[in-house]
Design a protein around this ligand. Structure first.
Ligand code: BF8
Length: 632
């Protein structure tokens, strides 16, 4: 990147790794560069064994694959497989939570229902009777409705989508043939359609991309989050801290990394239960810290401190201060086991799907959650015993951060201003321009963009223009580490209109200052919370979601999951900024479809901007267009 504004925390972490002689992902990327141009354009196909085929759309080489597949079909097919990868990850996570909830209700898994209010709200949505019934019975009905979605073969609309998604948008999706029934069947169909000799029509393939993304949105995210809230509680506003400085030299540091709170909630519980053992081992306490999305889950519900986002995971291990890193699913770099080995850190995998050479594998499944969690925390205490007296190097940087902004927490807060009509203060301030618009800044942290602080800089440009930023995933870590989830950030970065609104909200929340301008709404699955908030605002205004002055942005895309999440925003009519470019540029028709013509289908477009200011400027202009269309 031309501009180097390396965030101070990254700088400190890279110095520790360098001082201690570790090569990092940056070094591995450098050796790898330049990366494959065909891959970047999306015109590399290795689906059949007549290939691999490579099309250079700008040169004089082959214009189709050996089978005659066109570049547009090739990029669309590859994009669909990316989307399947993302959707399968979230749907798998959702199903695991569903089965855990079912087993908990049947007394076969040691979890209790903590989100009674969520059970009641969902019962209303799904028409489940509540009068005179036990919470667990109501919940069993909800579980059965969810289970039906995973088993049905009748092609009737998916329960969760048809009851949770807004009706007008569903009518559009129905017209476009995007409604779905059983998510598993659709994942199978998409893999089948993209295997050699099936769908070769780029438009048909791109509609499949949108359909797969909707499955991600309504089953992978919404169903998952609804059920997680039932099991673990609906997040409430809480103050936490973020960045590597949350590690404590004299405590047993347990880093929970991955995505699924079914594991991390138990680790937290057993860390409390085994505190005495840790003290007996010479530690001050057990310090559970959060990494990536499971960290976000813990910070949202318990105020657990956030240690690192994805591109910092290997770096925090080089401090030598992490006694155990326990991981579940998704975004776990194999390299972590190698770094852990150098420090005698207990790097513990727990899911049969995530086996990594040199890791300690302790199978964790909900039926025996307590036994496994106890063993894992015990391993951390043992590792602390071995670490005592050895040098650690923990950069002191950290920031306070406000987390826990679930839609329910936001509405509760707004109800203090207007109990009858909680969304009215927001609507009024959007109408008068104090809130110019909303951007959901979501997704990953990428070493390709960290050196110019892409996310932080882009967010600051948005705040100056009175845009409220909603965030999840690793971008939430980035914002938290940079102090963007503090009252000071409101004073320092926001335009006057947004500052005034946040001052009123901060007072209502009982904070010492204004509410922060970047709202931590959770993990990547919690993007459904951003959607829920937008749906509620649109409903209150009587418009479609796509008409709101709102945009999505994934400024540091890494994972397939971010692709399918982006697709779910597009299907809702919410335009998305993205960096780097998705791997479609070798297909001119697909590129035009996503950047222009999609406007005619769903009302949304994709925009690639690689620099923070360019990205913010485009979003501001796009929001201005939406405002003008609304007449505000
Ligand atoms: O689901 S933001 S790098 S940790 S994919 Fe992964 Fe990306 Fe981080 Fe969470 Ni989301």
């Amino acid at each position: 990147m031309a501009d180097t504004t390396l965030p101070v925390i990254e700088g400190a972490l890279l110095k520790v790794a360098g001082d201690r002689g570790f090569a990092t992902a940056r070094d591995r990327l450098e050796v790898m560069s330049p990366q494959c141009g065909f891959g970047e354009l999306g015109t590399c196909c290795r689906i059949c064994y007549m290939g691999p085929c490579r099309i250079d759309p700008f040169g004089n080489g082959p214009k189709t694959g050996v089978c005659g597949l066109t570049p547009d079909a090739m990029v669309a097919r590859n994009l669909l497989r990316d989307t399947v990868g993302g959707t399968a990850s979230h749907v798998g996570h959702a199903r695991h939570v569903l089965l855990t909830l079912r087993d908990a209700l049947n007394g076969k898994a040691p979890y209790q229902i903590k989100g009674v209010s969520k059970v009641m709200a969902l019962a209303k949505t799904f028409g489940v009777p509540t009068e005179g019934r036990e919470v667990n019975d109501i919940c069993r009905d909800l579980v059965n409705i969810a289970l039906e979605d995973f088993g049905r073969q009748d092609e009737l609309p998916n329960n969760w989508m048809s009851k949770r998604a807004p009706a007008e948008e569903q009518a559009l999706w129905s017209d476009l043939g995007l409604m779905y029934s059983n998510p598993h069947n659709e994942i199978e169909t998409a893999m089948h359609a993209t295997s050699m000799g099936n769908d070769a029509d780029p438009l048909s393939l791109m509609l499949r991309v949108l359909k797969m993304s909707l499955i991600d949105g309504w089953t992978g995210l919404t169903l998952c989050v609804d059920l997680q809230d039932i099991l673990f509680g609906v997040p409430e506003i809480a103050v936490t801290e973020a960045a590597v400085g949350v590690l404590e030299e004299n405590s047993v540091n347990v880093a929970a990394h991955g995505h699924n709170p079914v594991l991390s909630e138990k680790i937290l519980e057993w860390a409390e239960k085994l505190e005495g053992d840790a003290i007996a081992a010479g530690a001050e306490r057990i310090n559970v810290v959060g990494v990536c999305c499971t960290g976000n889950e813990l910070s949202m519900r318990h105020g657990v401190k956030l240690a690192a986002h994805n591109s910092q995971t290997e770096l925090i291990l080089t401090t030598g201060a992490v006694d155990a890193m326990v991981v579940d699913i998704q975004c776990i770099w194999p390299q972590l086991a190698q770094v852990a080995k150098c420090f005698d850190t207990a790097f513990i995998t727990t899911d049969a799907m995530v086996r990594i050479p040199d890791a300690i594998h302790i199978p964790f499944e909900p039926h025996h959650a307590d036994e496994s969690a106890r063993e894992i925390v015990q391993k951390a205490i043992d590792a602390f015993r071995r670490r005592r007296g050895k040098p650690v190097d923990i950069p002191r940087h950290k920031s306070t951060a406000v987390a826990g902004l679930s839609v329910e927490a936001i509405v509760d807060l707004l109800a203090k201003l207007d109990a009858e009509d909680p969304l009215k203060p927001v609507i009024d301030n959007v109408a008068n321009g104090n809130i110019f618009g909303f951007v959901g800044v979501v997704g990953c942290s990428s070493i390709k963009f960290r050196d110019n602080a892409m996310t932080e800089e882009m967010v600051k440009h948005l705040l100056r223009q009175n845009v409220l930023v909603l965030t999840t995933g690793c971008t939430a870590h980035i914002c938290a580490q940079d102090g963007l989830m503090t009252s000071e950030a409101t004073y320092r970065y926001c335009g006057d209109g947004l500052k005034a609104v946040l001052e009123v909200l901060g007072k209502a929340a009982g904070l010492d200052g204004p509410l922060p301008p970047v709202w931590h709404m959770g993990a990547c699955v919690d993007n459904s919370r951003i959607v829920d908030l937008m749906v509620a605002l649109a409903k209150r205004l009587g418009v479609k979601v796509g008409q709101l002055p709102a945009v999505g942005s994934a400024p540091e895309l890494v994972q397939e999951k971010a692709v399918s999440i982006g697709g779910s925003f597009l299907a809702l009519g919410v335009s998305c900024h993205i960096a780097p470019a998705p791997r479609i540029l070798g297909g001119p028709m697909v590129t035009k479809l996503l950047t222009e013509d999609l406007q005619e289908l769903t009302g949304a477009v994709v925009r690639v901007e690689l620099e923070p200011k360019g990205a913010a400027d485009w979003m501001i202009a796009h929001i201005a267009g939406k405002r003008a269309a609304l007449g505000i």
